[in-house]
Design a protein around this ligand. Structure first.
Ligand code: PLP
Length: 345
């Protein structure tokens, strides 16, 4: 019996087709700019994201870190949502490597409004750290895989322009937002100075992210990647996997969204389970556990025995994420396992 691993969409494994693409990739020394597979991927991604240039990096965290470094000076302030990946899951990189302050605003399912952000921008004077960047996350991981409304992004962009502030997009799962709404990647990306997207989440590549932006910004980002230790040599093997992921695995994300919906609706009425169905917009489901027969970590343990793996985020919170190695049949099996554990209401 193969495991049903719903802990994250990072657990996806390369398919035989992707392994073939990796094996046959032409490679060269990318620090010399001579890796054909990396150059092809960077050109393709700049085009898809509607930017002049792009830069392949090791991880989403490096994509965010290099972007923040590129858009700021030490002592600057970056406005973002309080549960953003940059805040919660990057080991303090923005403080350590860029020396910036993070001003965290509490959003609704990870979403901030233009009014909220405008009220938080520091006045330009000798006392306040200069607010130079607004960073948004789309889809928002901790918000539940929620999608930023395009009109809100446009309003935030407008006020950023008015105040001379630049914008970064943590688009680790921008693909999911685009497939769910039908809004093109480049339409989402156009309001941002830097955009970072991940190949190693739902797209199923083993490693890698891209930062896209203007030629000028990517030139600085390139130097910052070197400073962060992210210059790679024959990394075209990884770029070939990313290219394969982009060519084959974007449209199918709608299946993951359907499966997430199926799981959420299948367990939402069980005793002790609360799910905000409005927040289940893509492939992530947060499950509140309260008042039922089992606490969240006990549910995780019991499911593990049935070869089903989900994440406990504290005593009352679970996360399940659908992806390309999860089938509808796996979801039905998971719903059955939850029902056996918690009983019908
Ligand atoms: C996964 C993720 C990243 C990148 O994380 P890595 O572990 O560095 O790959 C960045 N932003 C968001 C929103 C993510 O979910």
């Amino acid at each position: 019996m193969t495991a049903i691993d719903l802990r994250s969409d990072t657990v996806t494994l390369p398919s035989p087709g992707m392994r073939e693409a990796i094996a046959s990739a032409p490679v060269g020394d990318d620090v010399y700019g001579e890796d054909p597979s990396i150059n092809a991927l960077q050109n393709k991604m700049a085009d898809m994201l509607g930017k002049q240039a792009s830069l392949f990096v090791v991880s989403g965290s490096m994509g965010n870190g290099v972007s923040v470094k590129t858009l700021t000076q030490p002592g600057d302030e970056v406005i973002l949502e309080s549960s953003a990946h940059i805040v919660k899951y990057e080991a303090g990189s923005a403080a350590i490597l860029s020396g910036v302050l993070l001003k965290m605003l509490e959003g609704s399912n990870g979403m901030l409004t233009a009014e909220q952000i405008e009220a938080a921008i520091n006045p330009k004077n000798v006392h306040c750290p200069p607010t130079t960047v607004i960073s948004l996350e789309n889809t928002h991981n901790s918000g539940g895989g929620t999608i930023y409304p395009l009109d809100e992004i446009q309003r935030i962009h407008k006020l950023a322009k008015k105040h001379g502030i630049r914008m970064h997009l943590d688009g680790a799962r921008l693909w999911n937002a685009s497939v769910a709404t039908g809004i093109a990647l480049k339409e989402y990306a156009r309001y941002f100075d830097t955009v970072s997207v991940c190949f190693s989440k739902g797209l199923g590549a083993p490693v890698g992210s891209i930062i896209a932006g203007s030629k000028e910004i990517i030139k600085i980002a390139h130097k910052n990647r070197k400073i962060f230790g992210g210059g790679m040599r024959q990394a075209g093997f990884l770029a070939a996997a990313a290219q394969y992921a982009v060519d084959h695995n974007i449209q199918r994300l709608s299946e993951d969204h359907k499966n997430a919906r199926l799981l959420a609706e299948g367990i939402v009425s069980l005793p002790g389970i609360t799910i905000d169905l409005n927040a289940v917009q893509t492939n992530i489901i947060y499950i509140q556990v309260e008042g039922g027969p089992l606490a969240a970590p006990d549910i995780v343990k019991a499911l593990n025995k049935k070869n089903i793996f989900i994440l406990a985020l504290g005593p009352n919170r679970l996360r399940a994420v659908t992806h390309l190695n999860i089938s509808e049949e796996d979801i039905l099996q998971t719903i059955q396992a939850f029902t056996d554990l918690l009983g019908k209401s």
